[in-house]
Ligand binder design. Structure first.
Ligand SMILES: Cc1cc2nc3c(=O)[nH]c(=O)nc-3n(C[C@H](O)[C@H](O)[C@H](O)COP(=O)(O)O)c2cc1C
Length: 226
C-alpha cells in the first residue's frame, strides 16, 4: 500500500488491481485502453457505499489534470450519503426530476463548479470549462479503475445549486455527477431500463475529424495506427 498526502487528505492506493469492468463495454475499435472501453454512464446504482479512501484517490486523479496556466479551476462539492446524508439530499434536490428519479440512489453525488477568472490577474479564463471537463474525465477514469460508475448530468438547477450549496460569485456550477457501484437495471423504471440496455453508439470519426482545414478531410495513410 502506498500512502500519500493530498493537501489535508490521506490517499491510499493499492497497485495492480485488475479491472472489474462495468458491464457495458463500448463496441469500440481495437486499440483503445480498457478503462475507456469500460467507462459508461449507467442509471442503476447499487446501495453499496463508497469508501472515503477510494474517493480520495478519485480526487487525486482529478487533481493531476492539466489546466490552462495550471489554474486548476475545478471545484468539487461532494456528498457521500454515508457521511453526509443532508448534503446528499441537498444535491439530489437540485437535479431535474428525470435525473433525480434514478441518481438519488447513487451513494455519492457531486456538483463540479468552475472558477471562471484567472487567479493571478482576474482575466476571464476561457479554458475553465474545458479544464473542469478534463478533471472530471480523469476522476471518471479513475473511478472506472475501481469498478465504480459515474453518470454525469447537465440536468440540474444551477441557480438552486448555487444557492443551496453556497457557491460564491465567480464560480459556475458545470455538471452534477452520480457515483457508485453498478446496480441492477431490473430495479429501474421501464423507460430507464430501455435506455440502460440500448446499444451504445457514436458518430463515425469521419463526421468530426478534418485535415488541417475544415474543408479538407484527413488524408488517408498506409501506416497502421499504433
Ligand atoms: C456534460 C454531460 C451532461 C449530461 N447530462 C445528462 C443528464 O442530465 N441526464 C442523463 O441521463 N445523462 C446525462 N449525460 C450522459 C450522456 O447522455 C452520456 O454520457 C451519453 O449518452 C454517452 O453515453 P455513455 O456515457 O454511456 O458512453 C450527460 C453527460 C455529460 C458528459
Amino acid at each position: 500500500m502506498i500512502t500519500t498526502n493530498v493537501n489535508t487528505m490521506t490517499v491510499a492506493t493499492t497497485g495492480g488491481t485488475p479491472l472489474a469492468g462495468l458491464g457495458n463495454p463500448a463496441p469500440a475499435a481495437a486499440g483503445i485502453h480498457e478503462l475507456i472501453r469500460e467507462r459508461w454512464s449507467p442509471r442503476a446504482f447499487s446501495g453499496v457505499p463508497v469508501s472515503r479512501e477510494r474517493l480520495n484517490v478519485l480526487l487525486e486523479a482529478a487533481r493531476w489534470a492539466p489546466s490552462s496556466m495550471n489554474e486548476q479551476p475545478w471545484r468539487f462539492l461532494l456528498a457521500n450519503r454515508r457521511d453526509d446524508p443532508e448534503g446528499h439530499a441537498r444535491i439530489a434536490s437540485t437535479l431535474v426530476p428525470f435525473n433525480a428519479a434514478w441518481a438519488s440512489r447513487a451513494p455519492v453525488l457531486t456538483i463540479v463548479a468552475a472558477k471562471t477568472a484567472f487567479t493571478h490577474n482576474g482575466a476571464a479564463n476561457h479554458s475553465a470549462y474545458h479544464d473542469v471537463g478534463q478533471a472530471v474525465a480523469l476522476f471518471t477514469l479513475q473511478a472506472t479503475a475501481f469498478g465504480l460508475a459515474i453518470h454525469q448530468m447537465g440536468g440540474f438547477d444551477r441557480d438552486r445549486a448555487r444557492l443551496l450549496l453556497d457557491i460564491p460569485d465567480g464560480y459556475e456550477p458545470v455538471v452534477a455527477l452520480a457515483l457508485g457501484y453498478p446496480g441492477d437495471a431490473g430495479e429501474l423504471s421501464l423507460e430507464m431500463r430501455a435506455r440502460e440496455t440500448a446499444p451504445r453508439t457514436r458518430r463515425p470519426a469521419s463526421e468530426w475529424v478534418y485535415g488541417g482545414r475544415w474543408s479538407e478531410p484527413l488524408p488517408p495513410t498506409t501506416e497502421s495506427v499504433q
